[in-house]
Design a binder for this molecule. Structure first.
Ligand code: URP
Ligand code: ZN
Ligand code: ZN
Ligand code: ZN
Length: 510
């Protein structure tokens, strides 16, 4: 095929399957097992104009409708990835996937919406927002924004309000690491949490003790450890556990819900478990890398191989992944993200002589749905309804998009995947759809394959081929005050419940 978007196997193919098939407005998915997080049943799904119009058995349609046979397959809500970094400027470079290539990769892997992190420009939230509006113009699937808070003053505080009330952002991320760049201190964390609470916005944290990381890095360099393994050695699990605990306790002090992004270690998970047991509203997001990889990659003698695994917090040693899977299957952790933050080999080479300069980040947006299916459902750890909850529904609930997203119900957006449990997937940088020249899951195979992806009512992935059109993805505004805020102020936090009326003391008379 000869058109500008088709050369990487990503195509809006003008020739044999142009807009007509790519934008089919009436689709019937026949005979599949329709899975929502609350129920699975054999039913037909009828889609019209981008919306689910009917879910019932034996739907009759005319011949202007595209019919897909899903007998023996699962029909599920498209994945929602709560954590991505497309076209992100970071560590002197920019992630290699933009809003088109990253989303095309996502769609090929069964993810139909993602929430990306807007990074402020020189601390300005509105400038950051405008920059991301530009980046996202080429989108081919729906997306939303979180926003990072990288400094604190009256302007930032006012802009947070504008972002929530006018721009559709209902979550703010605070980096407790990346000293000298994105990191903020506890004072800003407290101010930010208070503001989040008042706006009904979710406070999110990258939980690592940035000062300890800085000291750990210095120590490694002094020891002469300059390779990628120095990255893991400089920021051990305890440093992640400490920051997770601190963020949780400060959120408790402010009495606002907290979302811990990229939970990488048992240490962080245990802090979340402890808080949840005490009744605190803390959400824990493991990522595909923390569920499915260990630290062996970063010790590879080949720099290119080792460097592709460098991310923060680091991918941990043996045992952590299994423990995080167990925590996910038992409700200690709530949903799965990717932290898709791809840098190719040349970009990773910026740190060839010093691990501190290796751009941090791994891929995952295209692999998440398959790897979670294989490692959690096929292994018997979770049900298919749990799978839908962990990859889609819970994200939609937390960020207040349910049931428009995260469900196949009448009126929901027609973001749907068809997964064949009897087929299999294989992962390789030689045929994945991301622009990345490597893949941290290179060579991995497993059971289950997303055979069809429907996004916004269009068939965008079928027969191993993408039919995606830049500009068709919509920005999804996310309203504040999700269910996690319901009744929040009726719950006395540890701090508030210890408050008493002041003691009246009488002045001594001489
Ligand atoms: O290494 C990572 N995680 N890169 C992306 C930025 C972040 O901290 O989420
Ligand atoms: Zn084609
Ligand atoms: Zn982070
Ligand atoms: Zn991230």
């Amino acid at each position: 095929e000869s058109n500008q978007f088709c050369d990487a196997g990503i195509g809006y193919c003008e020739s044999e399957h142009g807009l007509a098939s790519g934008s089919s407005s009436k689709i019937l998915i026949r005979g599949g097992t329709v899975v929502n997080s609350h129920l699975q049943e054999v039913a037909d799904v009828y889609v019209e104009d981008g919306i689910v119009a009917a879910v019932q058995s034996n739907i009759k349609v005319g011949d202007d409708v595209t019919v897909i046979d899903a007998t023996g397959k699962y029909v599920m809500p498209g994945g929602i990835d709560p954590h991505t970094h497309l076209s992100m400027e970071f560590m002197d470079t920019q992630t290699i996937d933009d809003f088109f290539s990253g989303q095309a990769a996502a769609l090929a892997g069964g993810t139909t919406m993602h929430i990306d992190f807007v990074i402020p420009v020189n601390g300005s939230l509105s400038a950051g927002y405008e920059a991301y509006v530009e980046k996202a113009k080429k989108s081919c699937m729906d997306y939303g924004f979180h926003m990072a808070i990288t400094k604190w003053d009256e302007t930032v505080s006012k802009e947070m309000e504008i972002m929530v009330k006018d721009k559709g952002i209902n979550s703010f991320k605070f980096f407790m690491a990346y000293k000298g760049a994105l990191m903020i201190n506890d004072e800003i964390l407290l101010e930010g949490f208070k503001k989040c609470k008042s706006l009904g916005a979710m406070a999110m944290v990258h939980a690592e003790n940035g000062d300890a990381v800085f000291a750990g890095q210095k120590k490694m360099i002094e020891l002469g450890i300059t390779g990628p393994e120095g990255h893991a050695l400089s920021r051990p699990p305890g440093i992640e556990g400490e920051a997770t605990s601190r963020a949780i306790r400060l959120a408790n002090f402010v009495n606002t819900p907290l979302y811990v992004v990229h939970v990488m270690s048992i240490d962080a998970m245990e802090e979340i478990a402890r808080a949840r047991k005490s009744g605190q509203r803390v959400i824990g997001e493991p990522i595909v890398a923390s569920l499915a990889l260990d630290d062996s990659g970063i010790w590879d003698p080949d720099f290119k191989t080792a460097a592709k695994f460098v991310m923060s917090p680091p991918i941990r040693g043996p045992g952590h992944a299994k423990a995080l899977q167990a925590a996910l299957s038992t409700g200690i952790l709530q949903l799965v993200g990717t932290d898709h933050c791809p840098f190719n080999s040349t970009q990773k080479s910026l740190g060839i002589d010093d691990f501190r300069k290796i751009p941090n980040g791994v891929n995952g947006i295209e692999e998440r749905m398959h790897i979670v299916w294989d490692s959690m459902v096929v292994s018997g750890q979770i049900s298919v309804t749990d799978y839908v909850r962990l990859t889609s529904t819970e994200c939609a609930r937390i960020f207040n998009l349910y049931p428009r997203k995260g469900a196949i119900l009448v009126g929901s957006d027609a973001d749907i995947i068809i997964l064949n449990p009897n087929s299999s997937f294989e992962i390789s940088s030689s045929f994945h759809h991301s622009r990345l020249d490597t893949n941290v899951y290179e060579g991995r195979r497993g059971k289950g394959k997303v055979e069809v992806t429907i996004a916004g009512g269009r068939i965008v992935w079928e027969n191993d081929e993408l039919k995606v059109v830049p500009g068709t993805g919509k920005y999804i505004k996310m309203p504040p005050f999700s269910y996690l805020f319901d009744g929040m102020d009726k719950i006395n936090s540890e701090y508030l419940s210890s408050l008493r009326a002041p003691v009246k003391r009488f002045k001594a008379t001489s």
